[in-house]
Design a protein around this ligand. Structure first.
Ligand code: PNS
Length: 174
């Protein structure tokens, strides 16, 4: 085993995603990740092709509000390759959650591609908590947009922002 392949004295993990918006499923992973790694950096993808509900600045604010209770968790945004972003932070772990078998194929592809790009960075998967395994940002937005109750699916501060966003767009449309 070479010196560089040994466990670093401090393990830094990146938890990447779109977080549009952050759900209680994401928050559960952050909570558990914060207890596994010395530092956990929640990194929002900037150059996403999807039309977001919240821009990156709003998503950063929302995430910072909910992770402020964790002293070893930070939030940032990134462009380009995830593994380059991880290396720039000296992170050796990419943290991802798996909810169901349907997530597996996409996650496997990404993990193997990321390993090919930078073999020194390991993807670590955590199984989503069974209470949250049906939650996705996409479904939260859909249910909310159709007038459904999303309380308990996202942090309360996020729910408030979603209601504010909804009344703003209604106001604009009126
Ligand atoms: O929350 P998401 O949308 O499932 O997160 C996807 C994310 C951000 C992890 C993924 O799209 C990503 O890593 N994008 C960065 C670009 C990249 O590195 N692509 C090649 C690796 S597969």
């Amino acid at each position: 085993m070479t010196q560089s392949s040994r466990k670093p004295p401090s393990v830094i993990a990146i938890y990447p995603g779109s977080f549009d918006p952050i759900t209680n499923g994401h928050l559960d992973l952050i909570d558990r990740g914060s207890r596994m790694f010395d530092r956990l950096i929640v990194s929002i993808l900037r150059n996403d092709s999807k039309e977001p509900l919240f821009d990156v600045e709003e998503r950063t604010e929302m995430l910072r509000e909910v992770v402020q209770v964790y002293p070893n968790v930070e939030v940032d945004a990134f462009d380009g390759l995830l593994v380059d972003h991880a290396a720039a932070h000296s992170a050796t772990v990419l943290l991802r959650g798996i909810r169901a078998i349907s997530d597996y194929e996409y996650e496997l592809q990404m993990a193997l591609m990321n390993r090919r790009l930078r073999p020194s960075i390991e993807t670590v998967f955590m199984m989503a908590h069974e209470m949250y395994s049906f939650i996705s940002s996409r479904l939260v937005k859909e249910v909310f947009g159709l007038g459904g109750n999303i309380s308990g699916l996202v942090p309360p501060s996020v729910e408030v922002r979603m209601h504010r966003r909804m009344s703003k767009s209604k106001h604009k449309g009126a």
